[in-house]
Each structure stands twice: as C-alpha cells, then as structure tokens.
Design a protein around this ligand. Structure first.
Ligand code: ACM
Length: 519
C-alpha cells in the first residue's frame, strides 16, 4: 500500500503495522505548546468518529494519540514557527512530535489524510478508523505558503473566509492574505472613520459581463458587505488555531476609490465627489500624498495593527497611476517640500511613511513589488508580480520577496478552454501549469533564493461572484501550489501528484468543496 498525502511529505517509511483508533482513546499531550494542537485534533476527529477523545497530560497508553512539542515554540523574525515534525504510527499508538505548535498542526493534517476519508465528515460515521503504520519526517522548504482572497470586488462572509482558511490549513498553507480594500468596496470597519464602511462598502451597481465587452452594461443593484471588527477577531482566532497568519491588505495609494468616495478630502480633487467604482479595471483616482491623508492612513493602519497580530501588514501599492499627481498643484507642492523630483519617487515617500509607521508598531511592511525602493524599512518585503528582475533587485537591496507571478499564481485565470468555463478575467493557468511552478527555480542565484520567503496564489474576485465559484477557482489548483511550496524542487512529479489528487477528491466530496472536476 502506498500512502496518499498532499502535499507529499519529505520522507515516508511505511511498515506492516496497523493502528486502529477506538473509544476510549485519549489525546495525550506533553508540554503546554501541544495543547492547542490537541484541541484542534479533537475538534477534527470527534464529529466523524463520535469518540470522546479526552485531552490529558499523562503517559500514553495503548490506543492513545500522543502529541509533544520538542522545540522552543518561538516565532522567527517573520512571525513563522519551525514546522518540522515527525509522525510515528505503530500497532499500539500514534505519536506526533514537532518543534512547535505549528509543527504539530501541520502533522495533524497528515494524520487526517492517513485515516479513512470519512474522517472529514461532520456527522458520526460507521467506519473502522485504521491508520497504516509509518514513520513520516516532514518539513516545508519555504515558510510563506499562502493564498490571497480578494473580498473587495466580491464580498465573502466570515463563514466562507473561515472555510477557505480551513481548506488552506488542510494543505499545510501558512498564510491567508485578505485583500480588504479596493476601488469597488472597502470591507473593514474602522472605528475612527465610520464612513469608510457606511459609504465605501456599497457600490450602487456592478458591471455585467467582461470589462472588455463594450458598451458596458450594469445590473443596477446595490452591492455591499464588510467585516466588523468583531468579525475580524473571529477570522483571526479561527486562523490562529490552525497556525495560519492572516495578512491584511489596505491597498494604497491607488485602488482607493471607495475610501475617496467616503472621504473626498483624501483625494486630489476634494470638490469632486467620487462614487464607489462599479466596473473593473484601474482607476486614475488615487490618494493625495498630503500630510492629512498620510495621517488618516496611519490612523487606519493603527486599527489594523490592533486587529491583526500578523508580523506582516500589507499596504498594497500596485497600479498607482500618477496622472492626478502630475497635474495637481497641491501634490506638486508636496513633492517640492519633500525634495522629490518624480511622481514615482513620491509613491516611495508615501510607502515609506507607512512602512516607518508600521515599523514603529513592531510590524513588517509588505506590498506589491511596485513599492520596492532602497529607503523602505530594512525588514520590508514585496510580492513579486512583475517578473524575475524584481527578485534580483530585491536581493540586491536585501529585501524579502513572496512570489506571486501571474502566470503561475493568478487563480482568477482560466483553468481550461474559456469556451467551456465560467466567465473569467482571461489568462491560461491549468492545473498542470501550476505544478510546473518552481518557487526556488534553478536559474536563481543563492542570494536570490535566500531572499525568497515563499509564494502564494491570488484569488482576484472581479469575476468570482460566489463562494462556490471561489472554490471552483481555488481547487484543485491550490493543492498543486501547496505541494510545490512545501517541497519546491523535490516534488515527485505531476503523474504521481495527479494520482494522489484523485484520492483527495474524496476529501472534497466529504466537505462538499466545489472543486473543478479532474480531467
Ligand atoms: C496586481 O495584480 N495588481 C497586483
């Protein structure tokens, strides 16, 4: 028998033993750091098995599941933990040991995949809960293994965001990035500036069909939604339990029409009342770089920092068109005052104001690679969507990079012939191509490889209107990305992956995940 696990573990040794989980098995923990993992394991196993699975601190007996943390359980300078772990299953017991809580939580996902697939059911199942004997030694190659969820263009409520976090956790991802604000909707309650959600979370109507299809047609139906600060606490706690960092993005100074519509004084032409954008594409309306707007955005980030414990806070920075800055007298005065000659340098000034503010709060800044500049905080990082030259430049500037190349990680792209697929933005990213992605490509120098923190998928949501569609675009491609980031250059190959994926569709079926059918 060959074990079928996604992502493929680094080292697997199978034995002829068989462990059977029965009541009154217990979850035995060693060390406080094992407790959160034990609670999660109990939460995972109780519904389908119907077993009580009490959590106890004692020595393990035959039939128990034992969890122990053997390392310091401290975060590194990026907020990540050592995820290396060892899973031993013999006829008597299951023992999972790891360097941290996060290490155990990753190992639990392997354990679930070793059990009969009915373990993923939410109601009691009549199954013999056997686990094949094995020793699995596992650890990821890169720390940042993520997925970005755009909740601005279409809003996904707390339950769906938590469901996506759980589905990501099952694949041992470590980051869920929330794109919380954009031209088409501001989705985060900010107590100091209530109009951001009162006004900015609702657009009057939404374009129908593709942005390229002219003339534009609209649904003439208001569309809105946002997360209260209580909602965010729910999401962050749900993710924390799964050792997932929730990285919030407040995209600035471009992609800010919803905010400028809420507070026109943030823009370059306050006398001009904007509306929350009702179509896709890039707006030329951007924030003013004047001191009042910078102070406003720091106030926003101050609340964001309170809500999100993530080491990294994302300030976006992509596609900030500079036309308004070029012609606005007030902006030219700011440039003069700052001694800045070009509008692109003015964006760096804006970025670095935010970056220094976040650094003063003990956080690291991240943004799209448009923000890369030599004066940004020394520990700031970029998401690389503009090609490999940026990786070279980031390595030269000694800044970290999360890989987000559109050709491999934009999961809003088509997965197959557009003729037979739901409306999409464009592009061509079938499953097999995701599996060809090499985060630590052999063409990179050692310095470039060292600068790469990891990679993530992007679920831009202009053309993803529902939760079902979000899952259709995410799965199974996220399985491929999870494996490629876990093992990087040492993955077993697409045919092997595909075979394991066929089995993983049993997991999708149990959880009613709307994965795209396999070909
Ligand atoms: C981006 O695709 N605008 C980062």
């Amino acid at each position: 028998m060959t074990l079928s696990i996604i992502p493929q573990p680094r080292k697997v040794t199978e034995t002829d033993d068989l462990f059977t989980l029965k009541s009154p098995a217990r979850i035995v923990i060693r060390g406080d750091a094992a407790l959160p993992a034990a609670e999660l394991l109990a939460e995972y196993l109780r519904p389908a098995t119907g077993f009580e699975l009490p959590i106890v601190e004692s020595s393990a007996q035959t039939g128990d599941l034992e969890l122990k943390v053997t390392g310091a359980n401290t975060a590194d300078d990026c907020g990540f933990y050592d995820e290396s772990h060892q899973l031993c299953v013999n006829a008597d017991k299951m023992e999972l040991s790891g360097a941290s809580t996060a290490a155990l939580v990753r190992g639990l996902q392997t354990l679930r995949q070793l059990l009969p697939v009915e373990v993923y059911a939410s109601t009691p199942q009549e199954v013999s809960w056997t686990i094949p004997g094995c020793v699995i030694e596992d650890s990821p190659t890169v720390r940042w293994r993520g997925v970005m969820i755009d909740v601005s263009r279409h809003f996904f409520p707390v339950a769906q965001v938590c469901r996506m976090i759980e589905l990501a956790a099952q694949l041992k991802l470590s980051v869920v990035h929330l794109h919380l604000t954009d031209d088409q909707g501001w989705r985060l309650e900010i107590k100091k500036y209530p109009k951001l959600t009162e006004v900015g979370s609702v657009r009057k109507r939404t374009i129908i069909g593709h942005y390229w299809d002219k003339p534009w047609k609209y649904d003439e139906t208001p569309y809105g939604g946002f997360f209260t600060q209580e909602d965010i606490k729910t999401i962050v706690a749900f993710a924390a339990k799964r050792c997932i960092m929730v990285v919030p993005e407040i995209d600035m100074p471009g992609h800010m029409v919803a905010a400028i519509a809420s507070y026109p004084e943030l823009g370059n032409y306050p006398q001009h009342q904007l509306e929350v954008r009702d179509c896709w594409g890039i707006s030329y309306n951007i924030l003013s770089p004047k001191p009042e707007t910078i102070a406003f955005m720091k106030d926003v980030l101050a609340e964001v920092v309170e809500l999100f414990p993530a080491k990294f806070i994302d300030i976006g920075g992509d596609e900030a068109l500079k036309y308004e800055w070029e012609i606005c007298k007030e902006v030219q005065e700011v440039m003069h005052a700052q001694g800045v000659k070009k509008e692109s340098e003015l964006q760096h000034y804006f970025t670095n104001e935010m970056g220094n503010f976040l650094a003063s709060k003990g956080r690291r800044t991240i943004g799209w690679d448009d923000i890369l500049n030599p004066e940004m905080p020394a520990d700031a990082a970029v998401m690389n969507w503009h090609g490999a030259d940026i990786i070279k430049e980031a390595a030269r500037l000694n800044r970290k990079v999360v890989l987000t190349p559109h050709e491999f990680t934009y999961f809003d792209y088509f997965q197959a012939d557009p003729k037979h697929e739901p409306l999409g933005i464009g592009g061509d990213l079938p499953l097999e191509k995701v599996y060809r992605f090499e985060p630590l490509d052999s063409s990179y120098t050692d310095a470039e490889k060292a600068t790469i923190l990891g990679a993530q998928a992007q679920l831009w949501a202009e053309y993803i209107p529902t939760a079902e569609h979000q899952e259709y675009m995410a799965f199974p491609r996220l399985c491929a990305l999870a494996e490629k980031t876990w093992l990087c250059g040492t993955t077993p190959g697409y045919a092997d992956f595909h075979k394991r994926l066929e089995k993983y569709y049993g997991v999708f079926a149990q959880q009613k995940v709307n994965a795209r059918p396999l070909e």
